[in-house]
Design a protein around this ligand. Structure first.
Ligand SMILES: Cc1cc2nc3c(=O)[nH]c(=O)nc-3n(C[C@H](O)[C@H](O)[C@H](O)COP(=O)(O)OP(=O)(O)OC[C@H]3O[C@@H](n4cnc5c(N)ncnc54)[C@H](O)[C@@H]3O)c2cc1C
Length: 314
């Protein structure tokens, strides 16, 4: 059995910051970070691998931040956590005993369950997974007509990048304008006009009913019966917190699907914390629960947890 004082599960924004901050505040404690992927993408840079950057290698978080800080890291998947015994089991059969655990397991793309045809060939998502994204990038190179389903920040960024490499791109958005969840009409309409000027087609105020094709996607069908052709469809329809591990460990999940934490990012168990996209968030002003997942917030939460790992008692 391996042993560490602090185990951080997740090696992206929140996990790295929680581990490095924790190590700064508690230099005598041993820290281990466990993550699934060999190389971690800079999440906010992902859309740019489709156009501006030459390849995904230019968008990697260096491991030096961890190794220089004296944090050991292990590439493996946590498959279960025993809350009482404080042991994490991994996919390769290792058991890791810990004193404190930080869940930084992030989020995953969510595919609308009602969307018929989402399993057709050439229908893609945008996960934070280098291997998947490299394959996606290669495939898109040979395809022309690309439909991006969802006009939020990620859909807009991906579409704009694909346009830079001269793809025929259409964003389909059910709200009146792209970015309408974040901005009011005045600003969202300007952003939409800007995209159109850059050559991106936008079909807003329209609902997608299904994706059609014979094995491979060929058409996007709207609820009013109209349709457009597509060689590929990219689903950019949101992300959901990845909380299955914490749930299996018996930690509370709030009604929006995030791991329940207090203002110190601590769960009801004093030795278990959660940070980043998997952790509960509140509006800064009203304190009501929110579902916005951002890297900036993830880093702030990582810092809060890291600082408070051993300071909070009872
Ligand atoms: C395309 C895209 C663009 C974005 N652009 C922006 C932006 O411009 N600005 C912004 O603020 N935010 C942006 N975001 C959001 C931002 O990426 C997230 O808020 C941020 O990545 C959250 O970091 P995290 O560490 O909480 O989770 P994640 O980045 O999701 O990382 C989770 C980590 O946990 C690991 N993990 C999960 N389960 C296990 C397990 N069982 N065992 C071991 N490891 C596990 C994963 O491998 C990964 O390392 C973007 C997101 C995407 C997808």
């Amino acid at each position: 059995m391996e042993r560490t004082d602090v185990l951080v599960i997740g090696g992206s924004a929140a996990g790295i910051v929680a581990a490095t901050t924790g190590k700064t505040f508690y230099p005598d404690k041993s820290f281990m970070l466990l993550r699934k992927e060999k190389q971690v993408m800079v999440p906010c840079g992902i859309p740019y691998i489709f156009g501006t950057l030459e390849n995904s290698e230019q968008n990697i978080i260096p491991d030096a931040a961890l190794t220089n800080a004296g944090i050991t890291f292990k590439i493996d998947e946590a498959v279960s956590v025993d809350q009482e015994k404080k042991i994490c089991a991994t996919a390769d059969g290792t058991e890791i005993a810990f004193d404190k655990l930080v869940f930084a397991t992030g989020s995953k793309p969510s595919v609308p369950p009602w969307l018929k045809g989402a399993d057709l060939e050439n229908v893609f998502i945008i996960p934070k997974d280098k291997m998947y994204l490299d394959q996606l990038r290669d495939k898109l190179m040979d395809l022309e007509k690309i439909v991006v389903l969802g006009g939020g920040f990620i859909g807009v960024e991906v579409a704009d990048e694909l346009r830079k490499i001269h793809k025929d791109v259409t964003i389909v958005e059910m709200l009146p304008y792209v970015l309408n969840l974040a901005f009011d009409e005045e600003l969202a309409s300007k952003a939409q006009a800007c995209l159109i000027e850059r050559g991106v087609h936008v079909r807003s105020n329209v609902r997608v009913k299904e994706l059609a094709g014979n094995g491979k996607v060929s058409d996007v069908i709207f609820s009013d019966g109209e349709s457009i052709k597509a060689d590929a469809v990219i689903l950019s329809t949101g992300y959901r917190p990845n909380v299955s591990l914490a749930q299996q460990a018996g930690l509370e999940i709030n009604q929006l699907g995030f791991i329940k934490v207090n203002e110190y990012m601590r769960t009801a168990n004093k030795d278990f914390f959660a940070v980043g996209d998997c952790a509960e968030k509140h509006s800064f002003i009203t304190r009501s629960q929110k579902g916005v997942m951002l890297a900036s917030t993830a880093c702030a939460e990582g810092r809060i947890a890291g600082m408070n790992l051993y300071k909070l008692s009872t």
